[in-house]
Design a protein around this ligand. Structure first.
Ligand SMILES: C[S@@+](CC[C@H](N)C(=O)[O-])C[C@H]1O[C@@H](n2cnc3c(N)ncnc32)[C@H](O)[C@@H]1O
Length: 329
């Protein structure tokens, strides 16, 4: 395995600039899949005109969004700005979705600051036209905390619907076997235990997901340089539960392209966007790499490994600032 990590790209402007020449995107560009399945747009998702261009009259069955939220900046004014901005991409989602469709939003809550922006987001959603369905919590393995508080290991996932979409319950079953017998219930006058009543030998995920591994460098799906990658397993669960084959899935905050890869694997079409040309390029490379090598990420290497190795400026910058150099394990 090639050991060639990348630091967080979004907070290092110089690294971004050095990577830009290797990106096929500039603001306003839309990549259309030559085999007619997916699209990647380098646009601002809060801009209606840009989103209309991406959708081009088509409607999606499912939206899965993972907007950036910066806890450090959540002053009162910043929260309001975040909510007003969110209102715009939520409206754009509503217009892009079919009459009966689903919307999932990954969000966080700052526990030391009145759980912002989750509370304000809930209120804003009351006026959005979407109806609330579930508040899912995914358990992260790594957390943050001190000796004076509960360790923070939760990741919120909000589930809303427009109209009455299908929900495929098969997708909800985990790989965890049921072990506890004995929850009795009378069915047709006969006392039955939970094993006799169940449709599956495995437990349902429910709205607390404890069986999803957070992405880290030992997983194949890891994309170094991306700071907020969501696990493929979670994305696949959402897509399986709330869409059918060949339907369109939209994700306005592509980043490492998790929805795109999950859609490719599950034979859906994904229309995705990111405002940053570097993350659009990474999403596209992830798809190309998957189609070519059936790999879902780069584990502990990175999407630009070959170019960096051949680019003195980039190589020296990574070595001097981060002491990173390409090496084989
Ligand atoms: C939290 S990450 C999404 C992570 C993604 N779910 C994944 O698994 O890789 C948020 C992304 O939103 C992008 N972004 C921020 N503002 C945006 C905007 N106005 N329109 C489109 N994308 C935006 C950022 O560049 C960043 O890549």
């Amino acid at each position: 395995m090639l050991n060639f990590p990348l630091p967080r790209i979004d907070t290092d402007k110089k690294l971004q600039k050095l990577l830009l020449p290797y990106c096929r995107f500039k603001i306003g560009d839309i990549w259309i899949d030559p085999i007619g399945k997916h699209k990647i747009a380098c646009i601002d998702s809060s801009d209606l005109k840009s989103i209309s261009q991406l959708m081009d009259g088509k409607k999606a069955a499912l939206a899965v969004h993972d907007p950036p939220y910066n806890f450090v900046a959540f002053e009162e004014r910043e929260t309001q700005k975040f909510i007003l901005w969110s209102q715009r991409w939520i409206e754009n989602s509503y217009r892009s979705l079919k009459e009966n469709s689903s919307l999932y939003v990954w969000l966080g809550a700052d526990q030391k600051n009145n759980f912002k922006p989750l509370a304000e987001f809930f209120l804003m959603m009351q006026q959005s036209g979407f109806a609330s369905r579930s508040l899912i919590t995914m358990r992260n393995q790594r957390g943050y905390g001190t000796q004076k508080n509960w360790m923070a290991i939760r990741q919120e996932l909000l589930y809303y619907v427009k109209g009455k979409p299908n929900f495929n319950i098969e997708a909800e079953y985990t790989e965890i076997p049921k072990v506890l017998r004995g929850y009795y219930k009378i069915v047709g006058g006969i006392s039955t235990d939970n094993f006799e009543r169940s449709k599956s030998k495995n437990i349902r995920a429910g709205n607390v997901w404890i069986d999803v591994q957070q992405v880290f460098y030992r997983l194949q799906e890891n994309v170094n340089g991306c700071y907020a990658q969501k696990p493929l397993k979670a994305m696949e669960r959402i897509i399986n539960a709330s869409s059918k084959k060949n339907e369109i899935v939209i994700d306005f905050f592509s980043h490492s392209g998790t929805s795109l890869i999950a859609s490719e694997i599950l034979a859906r079409r994904c229309f995705t966007s990111d405002i940053d040309p570097v993350f659009c390029e990474i999403s596209l490379r992830r798809l190309e790499n998957y189609r070519l090598n059936k790999k879902t990420g780069w584990q502990n290497s990175n999407p630009f490994a070959e170019e960096i190795a051949a680019d003195k400026k980039l190589k020296n910058y990574l070595k001097e600032k981060y002491d990173i150099k390409p090496k084989l394990d």
